[in-house]
Design a protein around this ligand. Structure first.
Ligand SMILES: [Zn+2]
Ligand SMILES: [Zn+2]
Length: 207
């Protein structure tokens, strides 16, 4: 592993809250109070409404606090690409555990890629030196953020797999920048499972 690039100072870095200890077994959220349940309230509600779970588990690196939001805004929307290196070590560590799996970044549509100039998640993997594949594709739909949580969960499939033979019977790890409701990752996992994937889990920078 190469030496970590210094892109923000230690004081800023300390604003990032690493997820450790007791986490939700499903979405990777940090549990601040110790409780008996293995799943958080969101995941319990999700499980009750959805009988089939396509995404086995999400593992997250940091909590999505205010500093994280600022950092991601700079990286994602202001195009401060080099900031993505802040997460390289954490991402390498999480991906190392999944070394028998195919790493696939959550795709963005061609239109979005043109607008933003890059896929933010591919950028994170690239900066971390982690090899990935791109068989999962995404059709262009209206901006996710304009939809309500309910609409997001109920929306129809817009992911598709380009080459099924490479996915068939493989263990897949999806990578995304943030797990919010998990609906998008679940949709992507569904497309991969239907294409024959043996298992699908995910790693996100934030939860
Ligand atoms: Zn600083
Ligand atoms: Zn959860």
């Amino acid at each position: 592993m190469e030496k970590e690039k210094v892109v923000i100072c230690q004081r800023c870095k300390s604003e990032l809250s690493q997820i450790t200890g007791h986490v939700c077994s499903r979405c990777g959220r940090m549990r601040h109070e110790h409780r008996e349940e293995v799943m958080c309230g969101d995941c319990e509600r999700w499980s009750l409404g959805n009988k089939t779970n396509h995404l086995d588990q999400n593992i997250a690196c940091f909590e999505y606090n205010n500093f994280a939001k600022e950092l991601m805004a700079l990286y994602k929307y202001k195009g401060d690409y080099v900031l993505g290196a802040v997460f390289a070590a954490a991402l390498q560590q999480k991906c190392m555990v999944k070394n028998k799996s195919i790493i696939i970044p959550l795709p963005i549509s061609e239109e979005r890629r043109y607008e933003r100039g890059f896929n933010q998640t591919e950028g994170l993997l690239h900066l971390a030196g982690i090899p990935f594949e791109t068989q999962l594709k995404r059709e262009h739909t209206e901006k996710q953020s304009k939809k309500s949580r309910k609409e997001r969960i109920e929306q129809e499939q817009f992911f598709f797999v380009e080459n099924n033979t490479e996915i068939s019977s493989r263990e897949i790890v999806l990578v995304d920048d943030i797990y919010t409701t998990g609906a998008t990752l679940h949709l992507a996992a569904k497309a991969l499972k239907e294409a024959g994937a043996k298992s699908v889990s995910s790693i996100t920078i934030f939860r």
